[in-house]
Design a protein around this ligand. Sequence first.
Ligand SMILES: *Cc1c(COP(=O)(O)O)cnc(C)c1O
Length: 230
Amino acid sequence: MVTENLSKVEEKIKEACRRAGRDRSEVTLIAVSKTKPEAMIEEAYGVGQRDFGENKVQEICRKKDLLPEDIRWHMIGHLQRNKVHQVVGKACLIHSVDSLRLAQTISHEAEKQDLDVPVLVEVNVAREESKFGVTTEETIALVEEMSKLPRVQIRGLMTIAPFVEDPEDNREIFRKLKQLSVDIAAKNINNVNMSVLSMGMTNDYEVAIEEGATMVRVGTGIFGERDYTK
Ligand SMILES: *Cc1c(COP(=O)(O)O)cnc(C)c1O
């Protein structure tokens, strides 16, 4: 099932790139494997998938130990400061930085481990109360403060769009995040680049690609529905 789903998603990514006049190589597919067993990840790995997303630090640590070393693990979930030391050095990219305090903790841990840590700033473009992330208005100030942390490397922005029936309803959200990243890039802030735009999930990744996503995070579309009761 995973193999067939992956090739369907791949086909849709290609078509969205074609529609948008973009090269397929500009978009990285992150297979969101949270709650899913190692066997499913191995199947995806077997057909060439290397980028996987998880939202819990413990799950990244466990799976990283059990699975091939060349997998790139993306931390896409809300990160608590007391878990930062476990994930720094394990995740290739932390997508969910939404406060200066969290960034400072990451920087501190990065110094301890003598590492540079690539991160994205999570923006709550839709201003949903249930979601983490800074508002679009707060983003530039946060980026400017974070840019002073030498071991934290800001690579771009991430958003979780609302759940909607019609993915077209999220087009404006994706457009806003893209525009914000263009505005920030134009400021030429030292130690900041805006090459990554992490947006789009199973329901709306094609629209996100049309609007400039460079990373899409697809879970259900690859691994099927999640069961949180277990
Ligand atoms: C779970 C999750 C996804 C994947 O969601 P699907 O709708 O299953 O594709 C993407 N991004 C984040 C941050 C998630 O937590």
